[in-house]
Design a binder for this molecule. Structure first.
Ligand code: E4P
Length: 218
């Protein structure tokens, strides 16, 4: 099971990296905008900075909607750093681009996936990762975790190597549910990752141990 952090915030990426359990980063244009990163040169620099902080894959999204544009952008992104994974939306043009990148050994993350059929096409095209958006499905009264389960089963049945990257994770419980569902990777906000540590019995137990130890020193 790999842990990615879903942010473009450098401080949070550093904090997650310092935990020693971080395997990569996913970003998207909205997360970049949230950090105030403007202009293509600054965007590319920001990706490079992120790659220098973490050891694993860093998803950087293409903005073109046509095959030629996606390929052009993706090649620029991939040349930035060996850790860059080109993030491509699941569209007809996106599938063609994933197939192209796969033939060039460029890693891809097929994004905005909301159905098993989309995930099937992404795997057939050779995507490195497929990103089902769990929280956004839950938002519309659908079952995001069930989609992760269905994709994981489908890939197991047919032996696809594409890794299931559970995305749009909103809280700690989503992480646990997605591990149960067979996700290979979880990308989550720092708060959800840190939430895994928390348990009231741990807090109370630790307080009692400290109290008993202190009494034993008197
Ligand atoms: C995935 O790669 C996306 O960046 C992300 O998980 C989307 O999450 P959201 O639905 O919280 O925006």
């Amino acid at each position: 099971m790999k842990f990615f952090i879903d942010t473009a915030n450098i401080e949070q990426i550093k904090e997650a990296q310092a935990l020693g359990v971080l395997d990569g980063v996913t970003t998207n244009p909205s997360l970049m905008a949230k950090e105030g990163i403007k202009g293509q040169d600054n965007i590319l620099n920001h990706y490079k900075n992120i790659c220098e902080i973490v050891d694993g894959d860093v998803s950087a999204e293409v903005m073109s909607l046509d095959f030629e544009g996606m390929v052009k952008e993706g090649e620029v992104l991939a040349a930035l750093h060996p850790q860059i994974t080109v993030k491509v939306p699941i569209t007809i043009e996106g599938i063609k681009a994933i197939k192209y990148f796969s033939s060039k050994n460029i890693k891809t993350n097929c994004t905005l996936v909301f159905s098993p059929g989309q995930a099937l096409l992404a795997a057939k095209a050779g995507a490195t990762y497929v990103s089902p958006f769990v929280g956004r499905l839950d938002d519309v009264s659908s079952d995001g975790v069930e989609l992760v389960y269905k994709i994981a089963e489908l890939y197991k049945t047919y032996g696809y190597k594409t890794q299931v990257l559970a995305a749009s994770i909103r809280h700690t419980q989503h992480i646990i549910q997605c591990t149960d569902a067979g996700a290979d990777v979880i990308t989550a906000p720092l708060s959800a990752i840190i939430g895994l540590v928390k348990h009231p019995l741990t807090t109370n137990g630790l307080a009692q141990f400290i109290k008993d130890y202190e009494n034993s020193q008197k």
